[in-house]
Ligand binder design. Structure first.
Ligand code: C5P
Length: 414
């Protein structure tokens, strides 16, 4: 049974969190409730104390010799914040520490779940969305609000999901949690490993102002790098044209073209335990690079004629890594495959064929459409393992949760 800190924000949905607390305690978890001052305007301290069987404080000035603002976070195996108000999300994103709950959020090293609930306008506001992105990028599990009737007469996204739903998500996260209570820190399953992750999409220049590119944002690759670093790995992130900030503790090698990416990945792979090719590598590049900008009327004999671009094949970097490894077991090589189903087979059929063809150890297959996967925060994948018919389905979930599932599969091989 786990030690849980249940943070309660100052929103009307605080009343639903009483049921969540009940579910936790009935399952035998040891729950300390840490409300904000404003949360107590909605549900009073006696309710939380009676339901949790523990004293309730909102500030850092009670039981001072016990240093609760540090101890609570350090000892927690799960921190759940519900409802996470716009104010709490902003404070957490910016690392403010004005009360007990925000202190706990800074000292906790266990999984953190936040369930935002607020009016639709507040949820949709760019400030709130930016804070949610910051928190998600740091590995916080943000459960999106449900849509429906809000406090007043209006409806829209902003409702706190029902207690049973929140409880199910928390139980799943607890089951996957790799927190080591005995040592008071995560066991770091990738400690001592060097992992190389490629991310983003290559650009193949045509002239000084034009290139052939693709729609990859780099989000999935960056999430893979961030999760590996949190699990203790030394991470080299070979990043092709992504505008995302470097994840904490990750060395980023920026590249532009497929050939540059190949050079960087192959060099970093020499002492790597794992290589994950999440980058979208262009299969072709222009055969010739024009030193000067190609003019609209490039043909003096026929000013209206558009130029033809001759393409040549780029190296298949993943296949090259597999070939270079030959019979050795290291590094573990992971490929990605963006697939669509068609008349010849389902997404999984194509994935299995590609895994055999490429010869890598794991293939992470995602189904793509114009509005899915590229640039989105969520993803749905199937993880296929060479020589096994077993498929791990992950998602729809944040790209961080998908990254965690990929590293779980890699760790099994390691
Ligand atoms: O064959 P396909 O492009 O679908 O394979 C995708 C996988 O192969 C990804 O892991 C991608 O990073 C890698 N790839 C590569 N070199 C290429 C094209 C794709 O390493 N030229």
């Amino acid at each position: 049974m786990a030690r849980i800190v249940l943070g309660v924000g100052g929103g009307i949905a605080a009343y639903k969190v009483c049921s969540l607390l009940r579910l936790f305690t009935e399952a035998g978890h040891d729950v300390t409730v840490v409300p904000t001052e404003s949360a107590l305007r909605f549900v009073g301290a006696p309710t939380w104390e009676a339901l949790s069987g523990r004293p309730v404080h909102t500030d850092v000035w009670s039981d001072v010799p016990d240093v609760p603002h540090v101890r609570l976070g350090q000892e927690a195996e799960l921190v759940v914040v519900a409802p996470a108000t716009a104010d709490l999300l902003a404070k957490a994103a910016h690392g403010l520490a004005g009360d007990l709950l925000t202190n706990v959020l800074l000292t906790a090293r266990c999984p953190v779940v936040m369930a935002p609930a607020m009016h639709t306008e507040m949820w949709d506001h760019a400030a709130t969305q930016a804070n949610v992105s910051t928190l998600t990028e740091r590995g916080v599990h943000v459960i999106p609000p449900a849509s429906g009737r809000l406090t007043g007469v209006d409806t829209g996204p902003g409702r706190l999901p029902e207690a049973a739903e929140l409880y199910a998500v928390c139980q799943r996260i607890l089951a996957h949690a790799t927190h080591d209570h005995a040592q008071g820190r995560a066991p770091l399953p990738l400690r001592g490993r060097h992992v190389v992750v490629s991310a983003g999409g290559t650009r193949e220049p045509l002239d000084p102002v034009r290139f052939l590119g693709n729609r990859s944002s780099g989000k999935q690759g960056y999430a893979l790098a961030a999760v590996a670093a949190r699990r203790g790995a030394t991470v080299t992130l070979v990043s092709a044209n992504s505008s995302l900030p470097a994840p904490a503790g990750v060395a980023v090698l920026p590249v532009e073209t497929a050939v540059e990416l190949q050079e960087a990945v192959e060099k970093a792979a020499l002492d790597a335990d794992v290589v994950v090719m999440a980058a979208a590598v262009a299969d072709f590049r222009p055969a010739r690079y024009a030193d000067a900008k190609i003019k609209k009327s490039h043909d003096p004999d026929d000013p209206e004629r558009a130029p033809s671009i001759e393409l040549v094949r780029n190296p298949d970097i993943l296949a090259g890594l597999v070939q270079a490894r030959a019979e050795a077991t290291s590094p573990v090589i992971v490929g990605f495959a963006a697939e669509t189903g068609d008349a010849d087979g389902t997404v999984l059929d194509h994935g299995r064929a590609k895994l055999r063809r490429k010869g890598c150890d794991l293939l992470v297959v995602n189904e793509v459409g114009v509005d899915t996967t590229f640039g989105q925060d969520d993803n749905t994948v199937h993880i296929l393992r060479q020589g096994s018919s077993h498929v791990v389905d992950a998602g729809p979930a944040s790209k961080y949760d998908i990254a965690a599932a990929v590293w779980d599969a890699v760790q099994e091989i390691l």
